[in-house]
Design a protein. Structure first.
Length: 459
């Protein structure tokens, strides 16, 4: 379904809901929603948006604006941007737009004020429909829906929570499928020179993009981390022995990246290995032998060779999606250098985070891990939910993971310059881990941030 069709279906739903709600309000003798369905000039429509945006009680604003324009000296647009900045200061403003130069320029003007903007693909449909969903501290909600026809606007104002919720639900779905503006700008930069370009070439291309989109210093600050990770660190491999805390570190790193609006995807080889284990147990084929089941839904493998297929399947997904997001990839092996052979081609775009902890602490953590798989049935589909805290049989500790060290990676001519170490030996709710991970993020972005002054010099 296109964006245009999606919104039309919502409008139909809103009308049905609104009719029922209006009838109820009339029956109760209360104020009914106001409809502004008349055609009006652009400046008059923008005045309507401005008037609503300047309400002092507003705390949230969700906007789908496929025709977002830069202010370009327009007084009413400048005032709207100022009003949205004020709402964002009190609560939250979120805007979705399309990937056109004009929309991106308008989005950058919002981004510099700290407003979060995401970009939907052009394939979502027509650009004639837009809406604003205003929310206030007393839970009242107003929607201004607009249909752009030629050079005229046809807005409708809908007041009340029930119909507005339909737009909120649509916005939430669209928001989660859209891409942060900063990542779109980073992608636009890399598309000019290719992902294998040198750092200097990438920064030169970003200078051109900055000039085209008229990004100011605050926007450059927000985009550079996205550019750094997408260019030089789209894959982060978290390795270490079981119980070291790889999953914990992965979740903390994902949260720190989210603070910078950098989206990430987490992958572990455990679901792939579990798939191979199940295949062996129900005799689907003879290629997945060497697994032994344990009580509680756990399993162990005869050796690391048994787990090779799971690792390769995960790495294939990583390689296929390396440009779409930052991949946080977790696995445990004693021989990490051998395990990473299939990643050599993208070695310069990977970082390895080796997570370590004393043996006694790892054993104590593993003893607390006993989350069995959860089975459920959906029609003809059998679903299996696995936990990061899955049970690891003592047999696996003795055979697969009886020893391990970062030394082989540090002694590897290929990988030693791409290794970052974390000692996760204190259970302090992640404070020290967070501090070290912030150092890691700063290290990835350092060279790009140093180029900021040069980037701001327009060609």
């Amino acid at each position: 379904m296109t964006w245009h069709e999606w919104i039309l279906s919502i409008v139909a739903g809103v009308l049905v809901t609104a009719i029922g709600w209006v009838a109820g309000q009339a029956w109760n003798g209360r104020h009914i929603p106001e409809m502004l369905g008349r055609s009006m000039r652009r400046d008059a429509y923008l005045q309507e948006v401005l008037q609503e945006s300047q309400r002092a009680d507003l705390s949230t604003l969700d906007v789908i604006a496929p025709r977002l324009h830069p202010a370009a000296g327009m007084e009413v647009m400048t005032k709207i941007q100022a009003a949205w900045e004020a709402i964002n200061g009190r609560g939250r403003v979120q805007v979705i737009t399309l990937d056109t130069d004009e929309c991106l320029q308008g989005s950058a003007e919002l981004l510099k004020d700290g407003i979060e903007v995401r970009v939907a693909g052009r394939q979502l449909g027509a650009d004639s429909m837009s809406y604003h969903v205003f929310g206030s501290v007393d839970i009242s909600q107003t929607v201004i829906l607009n249909h752009r026809s030629g050079n005229r606007d046809q807005p409708v104002r809908i007041v009340g929570a029930p119909p507005a919720q339909l737009f909120r639900d649509h916005f939430d779905a669209a928001w989660h499928s859209a891409v942060p503006l900063e990542s779109v700008i980073a992608e636009k930069t890399l598309a000019l020179v290719g992902r294998r370009a040198s750092k200097r070439e990438v920064l030169d291309a970003f200078r051109d993009v900055r000039s085209l989109l008229k990004l100011d210093a605050r926007c450059v600050d927000r985009v550079l981390p996205h550019l750094a990770f997408r260019h030089s660190c789209p894959v982060i491999l978290l390795v270490g022995l079981p119980g070291a805390g790889k999953s914990f570190v992965r979740r903390r790193l994902a949260a720190i990246l989210r603070e910078k609006r950098i989206e990430s995807r987490s992958l572990s080889d455990y679901p792939f290995a579990y798939r191979d284990f199940l295949s062996s147990q129900i005799l689907l084929d003879r290629q997945n032998e060497g697994f032994e089941p344990y009580l509680g839904g756990a399993f162990t493998a005869a050796n690391e060779t048994t787990l090779e297929a799971a690792l390769l399947a995960m790495f294939q997904i990583v390689n296929a999606n390396i440009g779409s997001t930052v991949n946080l990839v977790e696995f445990a092996r004693m021989d990490n250098v051998a395990a990473l052979q299939s990643m050599l081609e993208i070695r310069d775009r990977c970082w390895i985070i080796y997570v370590d902890a004393p043996a006694k602490l790892r054993v104590a953590r593993l003893s607390r891990r006993a989350q069995p798989p959860i089975l459920s049935i959906d029609g003809n589909h059998l679903k299996l939910a696995l936990s990061d805290d899955h049970l690891l049989p003592s047999g696996a500790e003795r055979t697969l993971y009886h020893s391990g060290s970062v030394d082989p990676l540090l002694n590897s001519r290929i990988w030693r310059e791409r290794v970052f170490q974390i000692a996760n030996d204190v259970d302090d709710r992640g404070r020290r881990v967070d501090s070290v991970l912030r150092d890691f993020v700063d290290g990835v972005t350092a060279d790009y941030q140093l180029a900021k002054a040069d980037l701001l010099l327009t060609r």
